[in-house]
Design a protein around this ligand. Structure first.
Ligand code: ATR
Length: 281
């Protein structure tokens, strides 16, 4: 890698950020296309987020990804937010256009592109989305854009799923016919009605975590996605049952690929990015 006075700087703001794989696959993409740029991790304390965002202008950093826990808070510090950020209310990408910061959300796109690798046709599908936090909002936004037929949003706190529905009613017509908020305990009642099951909660990150529902209810016709970056208990059962299944890495790669394209206006070299972090899907 050659670094000189013209090398552009990209990076990621997170807390923590040490385990992020984005620096590896974004750098691989820049190198593959011969783009004179680097991508580095920045560990930004939550109380320093505003200053860190302002520093993008001062240091002329060309763009950053934004990850946990900053995705929602960052919105107030940029000059402009794109349409999808207005709806999802979270941003994971900033582009610095000569000192004017624009925030985007590419998580929803990453989720949909990843899912399409195992389930290409999403139109008219019925989906169970578990969780109603920031990740769920991006996943649901993507599913609505794909014209799915039904989205059950199952959450421990049903009020949060109802709030998600009400927020989206302002932006999508007939969403009250598509989204149905339910409690986790109601999953057994609807599971046979769905084609796709998506976990957006952090349950499963630790092997000792209790199951979100009785995983024995999963059947081979289900496609199962867990956005956690490992083979969770949920995915192990899906595998045993012979389901199509996927962990969080495809979503990670595709959200990063979209960020790369927003920054560079060049097509992201997906295969190179996947290979750089040892993925084959
Ligand atoms: P993210 O941005 O990753 O989506 P978040 O906005 O904090 O994170 O949302 C976390 C989600 O995981 C929520 O749906 C949360 O449920 P509540 O709304 O009821 O809090 C869910 N979650 C977290 N811990 C959980 C637990 N122990 N049991 C069930 N759901 C849990």
């Amino acid at each position: 890698m050659k670094i000189d006075g013209q090398t552009r700087i990209y990076g990621i703001f997170g807390y923590p950020v040490k385990h992020s794989k984005s620096p590896t696959f974004q750098t691989a993409a820049f190198q593959h296309l011969g783009i004179n740029a680097v991508y580095v991790p920045f560990e930004v304390n939550p109380e320093d987020l505003q200053k860190a965002v302002e520093s993008l202008k001062i240091l002329k950093i060309s763009g950053v990804n934004i990850t946990i826990p900053h995705k929602e808070n960052v919105i107030q510090y940029v000059n402009e937010i794109s349409e999808e950020v207005k709806i999802v209310k979270a941003a994971n990408t900033i582009k610095n256009i000569d000192g004017y910061l624009v925030a985007y959300n590419t998580d929803w796109y990453g989720f949909i592109e990843g899912l399409k690798e195992i389930n290409p046709d999403l139109e008219n599908k019925k989906v169970l989305v578990i969780g109603a936090g920031g990740s769920s909002r991006a996943v649901v936004y993507g599913l609505l854009k794909e014209n799915v037929d039904k989205i059950y949003i199952a959450n421990r706190t049903v009020e949060k799923a109802i709030k998600l529905l009400n927020d989206y009613l302002e932006h999508f017509k007939i969403v009250d016919k598509i989204i149905k908020p339910i409690h986790l305990s109601e999953i057994p009642d609807i599971i046979n009605d769905v084609d796709i099951i998506v976990n957006t909660t952090s349950i499963g990150l630790n092997d000792e975590d209790f199951p979100l529902f009785d995983y024995n209810l999963i059947n081979p016709k289900h496609t199962v996605v867990d956005i956690i970056y490992k083979e969770t208990k949920l995915l192990k059962v899906a595998k045993e049952k012979g389901c199509k299944y996927q962990n969080g890495y495809p979503m990670l790669i595709y959200q990063g690929a979209k960020s790369f394209e927003i920054w560079t206006n060049q097509k992201a070299p997906i295969e190179i990015m996947k290979k750089s972090i040892g993925l084959h899907f």
